[in-house]
Design a protein around this ligand. Structure first.
Ligand SMILES: *Cc1c(COP(=O)(O)O)cnc(C)c1O
Length: 417
């Protein structure tokens, strides 16, 4: 291990040694070995976009194939229970929700569509989100508003969003996908309720990363994906949450047979199932749900308190290095500095953020991502990212900024950034 030299002041070796020491006493360090990391030199800081494959999840997918091969259609006697059973496990271990409040189903996009429509049945007002929310959330709400002949509002601040959502439906991300800001769930839920709005939380960037307590915060509705910090795999099924007092009042806009009471009576007419299962639509993706089940198992073993704590420490290290090395090069830290109000990625704003992201990938063996217009996003997945990796990634970014090598990256666009 060599300390980088040149231009960044004294104490660098010490600082890296400090990162090594953090790894040395990291209670989660052994979890990295549970994941498949074919190229350990490459520093993967995109686990907030697609988490890595664990051997547990690989085995779960193989088991699903075995199950299918050996049991064929008989498998449905057990598979049919999986959306609610794995939902209960996610509720208990990750979301702080109660049994019967969570279902594994569909994608986050489709689940938001279902809950936004269902919520709009109960509230006559506009459909609202904040202008910075994740694109699919904005598009879905806009579409639901159009279908229902309602007003759609993209508010410029959280306060404006809550105000606009009086007697309407509001959707907010728990952790902002660009800045990494973590929103106070209890407080915002209470303010939305005080004007009779219904709030749908998007937990995509917080589930499996920070401690969530849907029950204690009084959250009414939520959706989220399982392939970011939960590491269930690309396109793994998402989840939805409905507070138990609300579920009987809500109807899915997709009247599929899996959401019907006594599905296999195949009777005429649609009547929703009693519980959360009314939000199922069609045949659930069994292999994917088995992957989610295994992925939750790893989070249970690691413990969300420890995961959250390590995430705060990794982002603290990154922010500290950014302050020490990068701000002189025009980089601005856009992520909140108080650990309690951020998720596990750090947003660094720079006019050449896109080039910096490409240069990190092509020349520095670091995988971040870019979010328009000017955000370089570094995601720190506590189960797979080490403190030394965080340190080295910031160090490599420092070098790119110092020698200007990122300017040689060919301008251009790629479909996936
Ligand atoms: C990743 C993410 C999604 C993903 O939605 P999909 O339907 O899985 O494509 C939705 N919302 C937020 C806030 C996200 O970060």
């Amino acid at each position: 291990v060599t300390a980088p030299g040149g231009g960044a002041g004294d104490g660098l070796a010490d600082a890296r040694t400090a990162a090594e020491a953090l790894d040395g006493r990291d209670p989660l360090s052994s979890f990295r070995g549970r994941f498949e990391i074919p190229d350990p030199q490459r520093i993967y800081l995109d686990g907030n976009s697609l988490g890595r494959l664990s051997s547990d999840v690989r085995r779960a997918i193989e088991r699903a194939a075995d199950d299918w091969a050996t049991r064929a259609v008989e498998g449905w006697t057990d598979w049919i229970e999986l959306p609610a059973r794995v939902g209960d496990r996610l509720a208990r271990s990750v979301l702080g929700a109660r049994a019967g409040e969570v279902l594994i189903a569909d994608s986050t996009t489709v689940n938001l569509y279902k809950l936004a429509h269902a919520a709009a049945d109960l509230r006559p007002g506009p459909l609202v989100t904040d202008a910075d929310n994740f694109p699919t959330d904005r598009y879905v709400l806009e579409g639901v508003a159009r279908q229902r002949g309602r007003r759609y509002v993209e508010a410029e601040s959280l306060n404006a969003a809550i105000e606009a959502a009086a007697a309407g439906v509001l959707c907010l991300s728990h952790v902002d996908y660009r800045t990494g800001a973590l929103r106070p769930m209890a407080e915002l839920t209470a303010s939305t309720s005080s004007t009779d709005g219904l709030l749908v939380w998007d937990l995509s960037h917080s589930a499996g990363a920070v401690e969530i307590d849907l029950a204690a915060t009084g959250a009414q509705l939520a959706v989220g994906c399982s392939y970011k910090y939960l590491n269930a795999g690309p396109g793994a099924p998402a989840y939805l949450y409905v507070h138990r007092d609300l579920v009987g009042e809500l109807r899915s806009p997709i009247q599929g047979w899996f959401g019907r009471r006594e599905q296999f009576s195949m009777g005429s007419g649609y009547e929703p199932a009693d519980g959360i299962e009314r939000f199922l639509a069609g045949t659930p993706p069994i292999a994917g749900i088995m992957a989610v089940d295994a992925a939750i198992g790893i989070v249970e073993e690691a413990g969300l308190a420890r995961i959250a704590e390590k995430g705060r420490a990794l982002t603290a290290l990154a922010i500290e290095r950014a302050d020490a090395w990068l701000t002189v090069h025009g980089v601005e830290v856009r992520t909140p500095r108080q650990p309690a109000v951020r998720g596990h990625h750090v947003a660094l704003a720079h006019p050449s953020a896109w080039q910096l992201a490409r240069a990190l990938i092509e020349r520095a063996d670091v995988v971040p991502d870019f979010r328009p217009p000017d955000i370089l996003r570094l995601g720190f997945a506590p189960l797979t990212t080490s403190f030394v990796e965080a340190w080295d990634a910031l160090d490599r970014l420092r070098r790119l900024l110092e020698d200007g090598a990122y300017r040689q990256v060919a301008a251009g666009t790629r479909r996936v950034t």
